[in-house]
Ligand binder design. Structure first.
Ligand code: ZN
Length: 408
């Protein structure tokens, strides 16, 4: 990777993704194998006027050792200083930049019940703080290849070659070419047109059908908005892009109102392990039956993580003919795979997809049907032949997707 290209990517992350403002605190979360990129991102943040940038280092290898050697009780400890950290975050609202490079199989062989237990325990402590800061701070996720991840995507290549190839795919799908800022402006405008059109339809519910067996209906909130591309922090007016790349138009469905069955169209990496070729059947909005060729136990653990984990928190539309899908690659990473296919997410819904959401408390948003959970897991259901029919509140039938792509 040329240093100049890596610097350009770091600039895209800090400027277009996070849109760091003068005087802001920034936290960069990165794996220890991404030192060079993390350092460039830190530099870019300071160029934009950041007050203080902190890096939180992660390691797949150490995480695995922790899960193997420490007890669930020890891993779930939440001492006073961690509580103080949450308070500090809510007071200063640092911009969060996540550099995603983890091995899709990072925790393979670890007791998944233990992983879930630790997650559940920690989330219960952190969630009240997270709820309080929701929609108040800028954040962005962008990817960078680790050797393990690259080898998963290109098993036939040497680690060095695989990393090069994955970099190429990441940079092209992230629109990090000649002029990334201009490319992102145009892209956001195009996505926004789609979202505006969807909003004009006033959809009551969507009906999904595919030859793979998917036959599924999901109902939308009367006040729900479709969102695409960048988002704006209301109190500061700062526009940022939470995902690099992004290709989706999404909204939050009514928790508890979905019927039918969906079949996965891509594998899902969850808690450092893969779930493959699975189906989920919904009744009264709840996942009541799951079947997976690989990762059955993991999927079962996932939907019983907490009360809201079996209900939907997101509906997202992505054309089959998206630049990411057109690479022909399976990334084994949700940031990329979710932007290559229509998807749903189990767990937490997005309060900001409700019109005038600032007027409501979190509790009111939950009562309006925005799902609550400690998890938010996207899974891909988009196929080449997917048809989605929309039914509007005034009784009209509108084709939304035809043969896997936008019908309008
Ligand atoms: Zn999504």
């Amino acid at each position: 990777m040329k240093k100049s290209t890596l610097k350009k990517y770091a600039q895209l992350i800090a400027k277009v993704g996070a849109n760091v403002q003068k005087g802001q605190y920034v936290t960069v979360v990165a794996s220890v194998d991404q030192e060079l990129l993390a350092n460039y991102v830190v530099e870019e943040c300071y160029k934009l006027g950041a007050h203080l940038v902190t890096v939180e280092w992660e390691s797949d290898v150490v995480s695995k050792t922790q899960y193997k050697k420490a007890s669930a009780k020890a891993l779930s400890e939440f001492p006073a200083w961690k509580e103080e950290k949450q308070k500090f975050i809510n007071e200063h609202l640092p911009v969060m930049i996540y550099i995603e490079s983890s091995d899709p199989d990072a925790l393979k062989g670890v007791n998944q019940k233990k992983v879930s237990e630790v997650h559940r325990n920690l989330v219960s402590k952190i969630k009240p703080y997270r709820d309080e800061r929701e929609n108040k701070y800028q954040w962005t996720i962008a990817g960078a290849p680790s050797k393990a991840w690259a080898k998963k995507v290109f098993p036939e290549l040497s680690a060095k070659k695989a990393v090069e190839k994955l970099w190429e795919a990441i940079l092209s799908t992230s629109r990090c070419g000649e002029d990334p800022i201009k490319a992102w402006d145009e892209h956001n405008q195009n996505l926004d047109k789609k979202a505006k059109h969807l909003n004009s339809l006033n959809l009551d519910y969507l009906h999904y059908e595919s030859k793979n067996g998917t036959n599924f209906k999901v109902w939308l909130n009367e006040k729900a908005l479709w969102i695409a591309g960048g988002e704006r922090i209301r109190h500061s007016g700062v526009y940022f892009n939470p995902n690099i790349p992004t290709e989706e138009c999404f909204t939050t469905p009514i928790s508890g109102k979905a019927e039918g069955i969906v079949y996965s169209s891509k594998p899902l990496s969850y808690n450092g392990e893969l779930i493959e070729n699975f189906s989920i059947r919904f009744k009264d909005g709840k996942a009541v039956e799951v079947k997976a060729e690989k990762g059955q136990n993991l999927l079962e653990e996932m939907i019983k993580m907490d009360e809201g984990a079996c209900k939907l928190g997101e509906v997202a539309l992505v054309p089959y003919d998206s630049p990411i899908n057109n690479t022909g690659l399976l990334f084994f990473n949700t940031l990329y795979d979710e932007n290559a296919a229509c998807h749903l997410a189990l767990g937490l819904g997005f309060g900001n997809t409700i019109k005038d959401f600032e007027k409501y408390s979190n509790k009111e948003l939950r009562e309006m049907g925005v799902n609550d959970s400690g998890i938010h897991v996207d899974f891909m259901i988009g196929t080449k032949d997917l048809s989605i029919t929309g039914y509007t509140r005034d009784g009209k039938k509108v084709q939304i997707f035809k043969e896997g792509n936008w019908a309008f």
